[in-house]
Structures are given as structure tokens and as C-alpha cells.
Design a protein. Structure first.
Length: 128
């Protein structure tokens, strides 16, 4: 739990919890990109094939799913395996680095349920 500024402890940047940390900023930019969080959540739930992920995330275009999966693969969060079958099958899996995001995704999900779901506003998903 984050305390007040008076209770600060060193963060990963080696300083007291400061207003800005480049490592934190990079992490937030990475997992906060549009659709990335829901893709990670789907994969943490066990979805591993492109079509399975696309099916459980309404409004996500194939183009953006492909782009985000490539970004996650480049960051070492996801691995891509081509299975030589007819038709060719492509499976995705979270690496240890990706699995380590599980606690983060669960924490954000709990926060969303506590603070966003209760307001009665329906979230409208737009394709993009």
C-alpha cells in the first residue's frame, strides 16, 4: 500500500518514491498502450491463439491485435510459436516476464471493479 509522502521508501530508481521514474514511466507506457492490458488479461486467462484472443476481446481489430502482440514479443513478454500444421497454427504464450504481470493485472482489475464498475456508467468499446 502506498503511504503518504512522509512514509516514502526507495523505489526501483534508487530514490525515495519520486514524482518521476523513467523505469516506471516505461512500464506504464508499455502496459498502458491501447488494448495491451486486455490482451494480457486474456492471455493470463489462458487464451493462446490469435483467434481465441480476438474472440474474447470485443472491438479489437486483427491489425491492432497483431501489432500489440509483435510489440509484446519484442519486449520479451510474449513468445510466438508457429505450429506447422494444415492450416498453419500460431500460438502465443506469456514468458516469465509476462506471467509476472499477473499481479499487476489482478490489482488493476480489482481497482476497476471497486472504483469504476460501481458508478453505473457503461464502458463503450470502440474498434480501433
Amino acid at each position: 500500500m502506498i503511504g503518504t509522502m512522509d512514509d516514502r521508501e526507495p523505489d526501483d530508481c534508487g530514490v525515495l518514491l519520486s514524482a518521476f521514474c523513467p523505469t516506471y514511466h516505461r512500464a506504464i507506457e508499455l502496459i498502458g498502450r491501447r488494448w495491451t492490458g486486455v490482451i494480457l488479461r486474456a492471455m493470463l486467462s489462458g487464451e493462446a491463439r490469435f483467434s481465441d484472443i480476438a474472440a474474447v476481446v470485443p472491438g479489437l481489430s486483427d491489425r491492432l491485435l497483431s501489432e500489440r502482440l509483435k510489440e509484446l514479443e519484442a519486449e520479451g513478454i510474449v513468445t510466438r510459436t508457429v505450429v506447422p500444421s494444415t492450416p498453419v497454427r500460431v500460438d502465443y504464450a506469456l514468458t516469465a516476464k509476462g506471467q509476472a504481470l499477473g499481479e499487476v493485472i489482478v490489482a488493476v482489475s480489482a481497482w476497476a471493479e471497486n472504483w469504476l464498475a460501481a458508478d453505473g456508467n457503461r464502458v463503450v468499446v470502440q474498434e480501433g
